[in-house]
Structures are given as structure tokens and as C-alpha cells.
Design a protein around this ligand. Structure first.
Ligand SMILES: Nc1ncnc2c1ncn2[C@@H]1O[C@H](COP(=O)(O)OP(=O)(O)O)[C@@H](O)[C@H]1O
Ligand SMILES: [Mg+2]
Length: 236
């Protein structure tokens, strides 16, 4: 089966300093695939390159059988790859509603009532907050908004960068529950996390990254049972 999204032998550098040393990751349609690794491993660099914010030095990025390496970010979003950045990237001085409308920008049509209903079904609190400035939301609510905004471009693939970062445990559970729900409704997900345990119980397959290289990949079941993963990422 051809992957819906793949990076192959991807090399990325910041100036002369390499960050990714030829990584290969494949995501099949319908999967949740997680990319785990310590701070500085290269997870964010991987997602930023897939979404067109960084240029690969070598290797290819294939989405839907097309090589999208070097394509502009807004074009990639319009093609069906939507990125929820690390730190969420919401506009604090705009309302929740306006942030959502910005997510719909690339498709050049307004958000329909039924799409709003879908967002409110996933995250009921956003309905109450619709007219509030996004900066007044809690961290967890801002993450909900960032995910909802990304859904407004009707993605086939959602790239999530550390959705649980800085959130209270209960909020982390809520976010991962919705990640699973979005996937069950048909969106393929590439999930980057430092919270290896939550990522591995949520995803179907996983890749382990260390200093710009993929050192292990398998089903999440196998990774959860792996001594190497347990020792390095699961505190045991
Ligand atoms: N804007 C940047 N300029 C220079 N080096 C960077 C930049 N962003 C990240 N790096 C370096 O690239 C490597 C990978 O970083 P990153 O992709 O952010 O890792 P992760 O998301 O896994 O924490 C690190 O060594 C980091 O210091
Ligand atoms: Mg990161």
C-alpha cells in the first residue's frame, strides 16, 4: 500500500548545522502515527519541513503520490495537510471565532454552521468562548482552539506538535481523547510528543527519534513493550 504521507531520506539543516540526517517516516491513510523523542531530537523540524516552513536539503516528501518538497506552506495546507504548531500559534488579540475563520482561509469559503457544530461537539467550551479574545483562554482551551482551527482547512492529514505540552493531566487526557475521535472520523494524524506514554497509548504505530535520526519504529504495542523504549522514554 502506498503511504498517504511519507518522508524519505529527509535531510534538513539550519545553516550549516544538520538537524535531520536522512529520516524516513511513512503514514498510511487512517493511521495515527507518533514521533517521539527527547527535546532537541528533531521532531518539530520534521513537522515544519513537511508543512513547507523549512526546505529539505535532501530527500523527498510525498503526499497523495505527489512530491511536495519545496511547496509553499499555504499550498500544502490547501492540498490537505494541516499543522498545529508547537506553542499553538493562535492570535491572542483576535476572538476565538476569528481564529477559526483564519483556519478556513485557504479554502476561500466561510465556515458552515455544521462545521461550527462539529467543533463545538469536539470542544464544547469553545462555543461559550466564541466572542472572547483567544488570549483570555486557558492553555488547554488554546490547544483546543489550535486543533479546531487546523480542522477548518478540512485536512486529510493533521500534524500535531506537542499538543499536551504544559497542560494539566486532566486536560492532557481530554486532548488525546479528541485526537482519537478526529482520527475515528477519518483524519490521518502524525502526532509529535515528548509525552511518550500518552502518545504510544493513543497511536497505532510509532517512530523513535534521537538526534536527527529514526532509531526505532514499530507498532505502538511493540514499542510499549520494548526495553529500550521503556528505559529511555517511559521512566522504567
Ligand atoms: N531555528 C533554529 N535555528 C537553529 N537550530 C535550530 C532551530 N530550531 C531547532 N534547531 C536545532 O535543531 C535540532 C532539532 O530541534 P527541534 O526540531 O526543535 O527538536 P524537537 O522538536 O524534537 O525538540 C536541535 O538541535 C535544535 O537546537
Ligand atoms: Mg519540538
Amino acid at each position: 500500500m502506498n503511504a498517504l504521507l511519507a518522508v524519505r531520506d529527509l535531510e534538513v539543516a539550519y545553516g550549516n548545522i544538520p538537524a535531520l540526517h536522512g529520516i524516513t517516516i511513512e503514514v498510511q491513510k487512517g493511521e495515527i502515527v507518533t514521533l517521539i523523542g527527547a527535546n532537541g531530537a528533531g521532531k518539530t523540524t520534521t513537522l515544519r519541513t513537511i508543512s513547507g516552513l523549512l526546505k529539505p536539503r535532501r530527500g523527498e516528501i510525498v503526499f497523495n503520490e505527489r512530491n511536495i518538497g519545496g511547496t509553499k506552506p499555504d499550498v500544502i495546507t490547501a492540498m490537505g495537510v494541516s499543522h498545529v504548531p508547537e506553542g499553538r500559534g493562535i492570535f491572542a488579540n483576535l476572538t476565538v471565532g476569528d481564529n477559526l475563520e483564519l483556519g478556513a482561509y485557504v479554502r476561500k469559503e466561510k465556515i458552515t454552521d455544521s462545521e461550527y457544530e462539529r467543533v463545538f461537539a469536539l470542544f464544547p467550551v469553545l462555543k461559550e468562548r466564541l466572542k472572547q479574545n483567544a488570549g483570555t483562554l486557558s492553555g488547554g482551551e488554546q490547544q483546543m482552539l489550535a486543533i479546531s482551527r487546523a480542522l477548518m482547512s478540512k485536512p486529510n492529514v493533521l500534524l500535531l506538535d506537542e499538543p499536551s505540552l504544559g497542560l494539566a493531566p486532566q486536560m492532557v487526557q481530554a486532548i488525546f481523547r479528541v485526537v482519537k475521535e478526529i482520527n475515528a472520523e477519518g483524519t490521518t494524524i502524525l502526532l509529535v510528543e515528548q509525552n511518550a506514554h500518552m502518545a504510544l497509548v493513543t497511536a497505532h504505530r510509532g517512530y523513535v527519534m534521537e538526534t536527527g535520526r529514526i532509531v526505532l519504529h514499530d507498532t505502538t504495542k511493540a514499542l510499549l513493550a520494548s526495553d529500550r523504549v521503556k528505559k529511555a522514554y517511559l521512566g522504567g
